[in-house]
Structures are given as C-alpha cells and as structure tokens.
Design a protein around this ligand. Structure first.
Ligand code: XUL
Ligand code: CO
Length: 441
C-alpha cells in the first residue's frame, strides 16, 4: 500500500470549490506580472518535517506512523521515504525539495558509513528525479541532532568536532551539487551558547567564519555556482544563537568578508521568535541586498517556541509576497515549507491538507500583493512621505553634497520643521480593502 494512497492528484478548482483535495487559489500556470504562479512561488517540500517527523514533543512520543509499511531496516526506510516523497510531490505539483543529510540517509555506525549511505541515497533520489520536473532547491547538513554536537558544530570547543562537522558539510555540498542544487543552507542550531560563563565568543565566531569560508572555497573549486544561505534564528535549541536575525547575520558576513557568497534564508517563525515580523526580516534582507530564499511557516503568537505551523495567515503571506516581489522575486531560492502538521493531525491525508493550505495561502498572498502594487496607493504614499529628499536641502543630503555647517545655517534660518502624518490607519485600511474585496484577477 502506498503511503499517500488516499491522496488524489490535487488540482486548481477555484475558491468556490469545497473539494478538500483541490487548490482554491494556487493555479500553477496562471500568469501574474508576466510570470507563472509556480515560478513566482517555487514551492519546496521539506524532507525532515514531511517524511521523517512523527509528532514527538517534549512531553510525548510519536503519534504518527512514519514506518512506511513497517520498515525497520534504515536503508529500506530511507528509500521508502523517498518513494513517498516523489509520489507526494507528483500529486501536489511540487517541483522542489530540501533535505538535511541526516533525514535523507541513516547515520550508520561510522563517519565513513554515513558518507556511503548518503551517496547511495543520493543515487536513488537522482534516479527518481529523472523524467520528473522535480529539482533540488537546497541541501544542508545536520550538525545539531547528534550528541557530539552538544557544544555546537563549527563553534564547538572541541577541534575534533569541528573536523567532523567539516566532513559532514563537505559531503553534503558534494551531494547537493550531484543533485543539481543551487542552494546550500547553514542553519546554526547549536552555533550559539547557553551561558557566557563558559564561552569564548570571539573564537567561536572566528571558527564559524572559518567553516563557512572553507565551504565556499571547497564548493567553488568544484564548480558550484549556486548560493550559500545563512538561516537566522535567535534561539532554540541554544539560548542564544549567533545568527540571531537578518541584521546580525549581515554584521557577521560583513566582518568576515563573506557577503559576496552568502544570502539569507528567511524563516517566518524564526522572525517572530526574534521579536520581528516576517515582513521585517524580508525587508531587511532586501534592503541589505541579501534576500535569497524563504522557509515558509508560521508560529503561534501565544506560544514562545518554533511551532513550525503551515502558513494560514493570509495577511502575513500577502505582506511577505509584497516584499518578495519588491526584491525582484526568487532567483536560486524558493518557498520551502519548513512546516509540520500538528501532533493530532497524524494521517497521511493531513500532510496533503497542510500543503494545500500553505500553497493556497501563498498563492492568495501573491495575487493580493500584486494587486497592492498595481493599486499603487501604498507605494505612492511612501514616495510622497519622503518627497522632502527630492529637492532643496533634502536633495543635497541625499546626494551627500552638504555638511554640518551648511545644515546648521539652514536649520537656524528655516525654524521649526513642518511635519506630515504617517497615516498608518489609512494604509492598513487600504490593505484590508484589497484583501477583502473578493477580487481575484
Ligand atoms: C530549524 C530549521 C531547520 C533549517 C535547516 O528551526 O528551520 O530545519 O531550516 O536546518
Ligand atoms: Co528552517
């Protein structure tokens, strides 16, 4: 029996459809602003949450049977996961996937066995990719689950762990390239600290940068022309993660001269954990010129941890798509559903409902973001708000053609500045009108 046997091929039926296995907004080939919806959105399946995670939480064991017909042999299980993944992507029309080495292949009993298992699984997956539109969005290495990474991977106090992590990253880069991936992610789950009392922050940051530099040097020497991404997250599992948010990542990349090779993979739930909105993090990435990819999910405002829920909040997806469109859209990146079904949603069908929800939420967001841009009221307002920099003394400031002496003379003569309103409530009303008017063209 196939794992997703009860999931039919999912197609677009429009917002009036009550078929739970149909897209209400995601119409893959529909053209929006000159590009197909599927090209704007580039949806990706996350191997770990979709095929491996079984609903375990700190208070209970798995609720979901993810043994794919009772598989106990680790390699057989890994292959059954791959079979299920490709069946699912075909049914949902998903053309990308993302993986960690550890969720694709079993760890084995030695580093050598780990590398061999990974190679074997990659050959298996590569074969399955033939004659399908499926591509790898990005790969990564899990340097956080195994107990050897308790002090970190690249930032571990143990040089032997650094060497082990480097070996994992090297092999994960190899297989990312083997599968034609154009992205490689560093998410530093344990690259941080629990207490400063036992931590040499300077050495840890230097070592983290050394790992990234070696990764870039190695991959480029092998002909890799894709992107490297850092995925910010402020905490969890460590109390303080070095890649706190987009701004701290940019400071790190600047300090260590890594800006030309790295971009940011922005995750919605990580943004809110950092006390930011998803839109804020996307705006910062766009502003610093490091917008790369997105881990699409959402948190719960009442819970202070990374719940990794499938995105349902269309207000947030609209503002996210607005930022993504303004950033020029994805190049090598895409929208990876780094999201998992809730613990009581334990059936294979729930995974399909979850992806349909997420894909429809972003498709809706794309349609509405484009309407927001075409409507023009928000952009026009912002332009007008800063109009003082288009002429007179403002223009001189903007063009770096003035100095303190001239500004003092000007301010003394000019007197009290005249201000205009920020009109937040008016603008929120504009967004609501566009979201709620029912117009879907
Ligand atoms: C953890 C997380 C990771 C990264 C890849 O919060 O988001 O799954 O996306 O390691
Ligand atoms: Co993520």
């Amino acid at each position: 029996m196939k794992f997703f046997e009860n999931v039919p091929k999912v197609q677009y039926e429009g917002s009036k459809s009550t078929n739970p296995f149909a897209f209400k907004y995601y119409d893959a080939d529909r053209i929006i602003a000159g590009k197909k919806m599927k090209e704007h959105l580039k949806f990706a399946l996350s191997w770990w949450h979709t095929l491996v995670a079984g609903g375990q939480d700190p208070f209970g064991i798995n609720t979901m049977d993810r043994s794919y017909g009772g598989k106990t042999d680790p390699m057989e299980l890994a292959k059954a996961r791959a079979d299920a993944a490709f069946d699912f992507m075909d049914k949902l029309g998903i053309e990308y996937f993302c993986f960690h080495d550890a969720d694709l292949a079993p760890e084995g009993n030695s580093l050598q066995e780990r590398n061999e298992n990974l190679k074997e699984m990659v050959a298996y997956v590569k074969e399955k990719m033939q004659d399908t539109p499926v591509k790898l969005l990005w790969g990564t290495s899990n340097c956080f689950t195994n107990p050897r990474f308790m002090h970190g991977g690249a930032t571990s106090c143990e040089a032997d762990v650094f060497a082990w992590a480097a070996t994992q990253v090297k092999n994960a880069i190899d297989v990312t390239m083997e599968l034609g991936g154009k992205g490689y992610v560093f998410w530093g789950g344990r690259e941080g600290y629990e207490t400063l009392l036992n931590t040499d922050v300077e050495l840890e940051l230097d070592n983290y940068a050394r790992m990234l530099k070696m990764a870039v040097r190695y991959a480029r020497s092998k002909g890799y022309d894709g992107d490297f991404y850092i995925e910010p997250k402020p905490k969890e599992p460590t109390k303080h993660q070095y890649d706190f948010d987009v701004a701290s990542c940019v400071a790190f990349l600047e300090k260590y001269d890594l800006m030309q090779d790295f971009r940011i993979n922005v995750e919605a739930n990580h943004a809110t954990l950092a006390g930011h909105t998803f839109q804020h993090e996307l705006r910062m990435a766009r502003t610093f010129g490091v917008f790369g990819s997105v881990d699409a999910n959402q948190g719960d405002l009442l819970l202070g941890w990374d719940t990794d829920q499938f995105p349902s909040n269309v207000y947030d997806t609209t503002l996210a798509m607005y930022e993504i469109l303004k950033a020029g859209g994805f190049t090598n990146g895409g929208l990876n559903f780094d999201a998992k079904v809730r613990r009581p949603s334990f059936t294979p069908e729930d995974i399909a409902y979850a992806y349909i929800l997420g894909m429809d939420s972003f498709a809706f967001g794309l349609i509405k973001a484009q309407q927001l841009i075409e409507d023009g009221r928000v952009d026009a307002f912002v332009e007008k708000k800063y109009a003082s920099y288009q002429e007179g003394i403002g223009e001189k400031i903007r063009k770096n053609e003035t100095n303190f002496e001239e500004l003092e003379t000007y301010a003394l003569k000019n007197g009290e500045p005249t201000l205009s309103s920020g009109r937040q409530e008016y603008l929120e009303g504009v967004v609501n009108t566009i979201l709620l008017d029912g117009k879907m063209e």
